[in-house]
Design a protein around this ligand. Sequence first.
Ligand SMILES: *Cc1c(COP(=O)(O)O)cnc(C)c1O
Length: 383
Amino acid sequence: MTNSWAKASLVAQAMGRTDAATQAVIPPLHLSTTYLRDPDNAYSSSYVYGRPDNATVRDTEAVIAMLEEAKAGALLFSSGMAAATACFQALQPGDHVVASSVMYWSLRNWLRTEATRWGLHVDFAETNDLDRLKATVQPGRTKLVWVETPSNPLWTVTDIAGAAEIAHAAGARLAVDSTCASPVHTRPLALGADIVMHAATKILNGHSDVIAGALAGAERDDYWARIETVRRSGGAILGPFEAYLLQRGLKTFFVRATAQAKSAQALAERLTSHPRVARVLYPGLPQHPGHDLAARQMENGFGFMLSVQVQGGEVAAVATAAHVELWKRATSLGGVESLIEHRASIEGPGTPCPADLLRLSTGLEAVDDLYDDLDRALNAAHR
Ligand SMILES: *Cc1c(COP(=O)(O)O)cnc(C)c1O
């Protein structure tokens, strides 16, 4: 297929690949762990073994590379965490890194524990404030700036172009966890980032049945090559069956992400005037602190994630989650089924997450049903 088609066209057909041997419209799932060597001892197919590489994985990577406009291509990992941690494992002991202070909780914990044992020096900064980021970056010593935008669970927005400028001036690279923005809303590489990371577990797959991670790179440089080595030698590649499911999920990614963002915007607007809701956090609301920046940096809407702070504090928040019927009470996000979560409970002691906060992942159900279910639960929680 030509690359002049729109992303929506290319993604709907997973780049239009078909099977040359059978004329099958859907390419086969390649499960083989090993490949034939030619009689002259060469490997003319370029495939040798399943840990470095797999044809189903490659086909799925091509879709993600297209979505992210990634010149270096994309790499699929066994989870979002495996993808994210590979970016840090590709650094040298003694290197300094700066990460968003409000970000995906498990990665923040990994940076505070494992990355430090690995010999990295980690500082956290409120990256939505570029002056603070600038003050935390150490020119010549900082090698990676890690930004999540909009970030869990307050949906804080960081200026990607501004952060890239600061990182590059200090001799560092910029990596963006774009899981909650997704390629429908934000193009981090076009804005100057060097690496984009996705928990493909979330909206890229969209059906809550695959754990997967992805990196997309701006340049095929030394750093990208080290990340490839980390994946190959550490054995963190995605399994072929998971890659097949992810490719299947990706075909509907554009319509899902667009529809889910539209519902999230409608819910955020309606919940703002709900008497039991103290505050709605969603970058698509004009009163959100990151709204103006999000309006410039994001397109096709503001994503499927929002949070509400409930009147009555933690007890009322937990009780609200207890009373929903259509929303599913579960962690994770980005699936076609809407999820609700009392975030502080899962993050545990020391979390910066407000105790009265419920995180909402908007799915594909009828938006009136989603609102009515929340309305009923909010009212029931106060009885
Ligand atoms: C889920 C998630 C991750 C981690 O992905 P896994 O596939 O669960 O390892 C990282 N960042 C964000 C923003 C996420 O939502």
